[in-house]
Design a protein around this ligand. Structure first.
Ligand code: NDP
Length: 401
């Protein structure tokens, strides 16, 4: 018997709402709120048709703490699932503290005027959440999220010490568009155009964007050019698993995608510095977002699948061993089930499961937590039945050099 408030009605919000409705024994009441209420209404209507489940909807500006507090006091949820944008993390955390409600998100806070991916702002809430006796779950999507839980699961069950971690993220899908991003274009382009960074021997090593490239093979997809980029879960994983000698994150990009990205950067359209255009201040990247395809519209003809996993090397009983754990998700299956493509699906399902973990008290504790700090077992069990089954391989060639 639990009530949740979901904030954000994009591709990920749609999937979270669908999955909560499918798990109505846990999520007995849901309110879906966002800046544009009509988007919530469309999702709620689709869910009513699909499952006969009624959820309420609301309008909220999540940049505004008093507005959030009013809504939370009116709905009285046990937990807020934040799937708006990373810019709203702190205001929603503040509102949760003020109203005594647990918090969960899928992406770390970013100031809008500075593309900086780090947990410092949210970790600074540790004492406040502790004192309030509330749980804040950070980064509960796929990456961060499932990749962090895969790592915790491997460390718990298959290794005495994990030493080398390579998170590999392949989108082997084709949406038929010349250029589009799979989630919010502004957030996505900020992430993939920054310098690369990985952890080695106790320090961060910085690279030029897309400097390290290797062909890697992905199950059921084949060989894809993969690039080392910085990704936020690395920061908490190296802290929580200090035995790691090296931790990297690889993402696949097609040549066509990278060419578009290079042009976008070279002509200044990826800039987050405001410019004056005909008397109005605009941010080039935000303008670009407005003309690019809405990621939520990509589902219809999206074919192919994603494959995201962890390739780990370390020691077990004094012997060296390797381990690969991954999930493959077909865009078409995700669309048929929820009306959203695979990237939204692989983010929304774990957010729902994380919420379920808190509501069913499988994950407890007062404070701010990255997901790998909790028991991975009940979460891994749910992944199997909620649409993201995982597979594991022991002592295989991990390929990564
Ligand atoms: P979208 O841009 O599709 O949706 C974002 C939603 O948030 C929209 O409904 C938007 O409203 C709403 N929103 C934005 N600002 C506000 C505000 N001030 N107040 C209220 N609502 C607001 O994004 P996605 O669904 O693709 O992504 C959602 C989140 O998931 C992002 O934080 C993203 O970084 C994260 N993510 C995490 C991944 C992971 O694996 N961990 C992978 C992919 C995404 P409106 O429609 O009015 O603009």
């Amino acid at each position: 018997m639990s009530k949740v408030l979901i904030i954000g009605a994009g591709g990920v919000g749609r999937v979270v709402a669908f999955k909560c409705a499918q798990n109505s024994a846990v999520f007995t009441e849901v309110c879906l709120a966002s800046r544009t209420k009509s988007k919530c209404d469309v999702i709620a209507a689709d869910i009513k048709v699909a499952f006969g489940y009624s959820m309420s909807t609301a309008q909220v500006d999540a940049d505004n703490v008093p507005e959030l507090v009013t809504l939370i006091n009116q709905i009285k949820p046990e937990l807020v699932i934040n799937v708006a944008l990373p810019y709203q993390d702190l205001t929603i955390m503040d509102a949760c503290l003020e109203t005594g409600v647990h918090y969960l998100d899928t992406a770390n806070y970013e100031p809008q005027d500075e593309a900086k991916f780090e947990y410092s702002w949210q970790w600074a809430y540790q004492d406040k959440f502790k004192a309030a006796g509330l749980t804040a779950v950070l980064g509960c999507g796929f990456d961060p999220g499932v990749t962090s839980i895969y790592t915790a699961y491997a460390a718990k069950h298959h290794f005495d010490e994990i030493e080398y971690l390579d998170i590999v993220d392949c989108n082997g899908g084709d949406h038929g568009k010349a250029f589009a991003t799979n989630f919010n274009p502004e957030i996505n382009i900020r992430e993939v155009t920054q310098k690369g960074k990985y952890w080695e021997n106790g320090d961060w090593v910085e690279t030029e964007p897309h400097e390290i490239r290797q062909e890697l093979n992905y199950p059921n997809i084949g060989e894809r050019a993969s690039y080392v980029i910085y990704h936020e879960e690395l920061e908490s994983l190296v802290k929580n698993f200090p035995s790691l000698k090296r931790a990297r994150f690889w993402m696949t990009f097609g040549d066509e995608y990278l060419t578009h990205l290079r042009v976008i950067q070279n002509i200044g359209m990826a800039s987050i510095e405001p410019i004056n255009y005909e008397g109005k201040e605009i941010v080039p990247l935000q303008f670009l977002k407005a003309v690019l395809p809405d990621p939520g519209s990509l589902g219809d003809n999206y074919v192919g699948e994603t494959s995201i996993g962890c390739r780990i090397k370390g020691k077990k009983d004094g012997e060296e061993k390797t381990y690969y754990v991954y999930n493959n998700c077909k865009h078409q299956d995700a669309f048929d089930e929820t009306g959203a493509q695979g990237v939204s699906y692989t983010t929304g399902v774990p957010a729902m499961i994380g919420a379920m973990m808190v509501l069913t008290k499988k994950w407890t504790g007062a404070g701010v937590f990255n997901v790998e700090e909790f028991n991975p077992d009940p979460f891994m069990e749910q992944l199997m039945t909620q649409g993201l089954p995982w597979h594991e391989q022991h002592n295989v060639d991990l390929e990564v050099q």
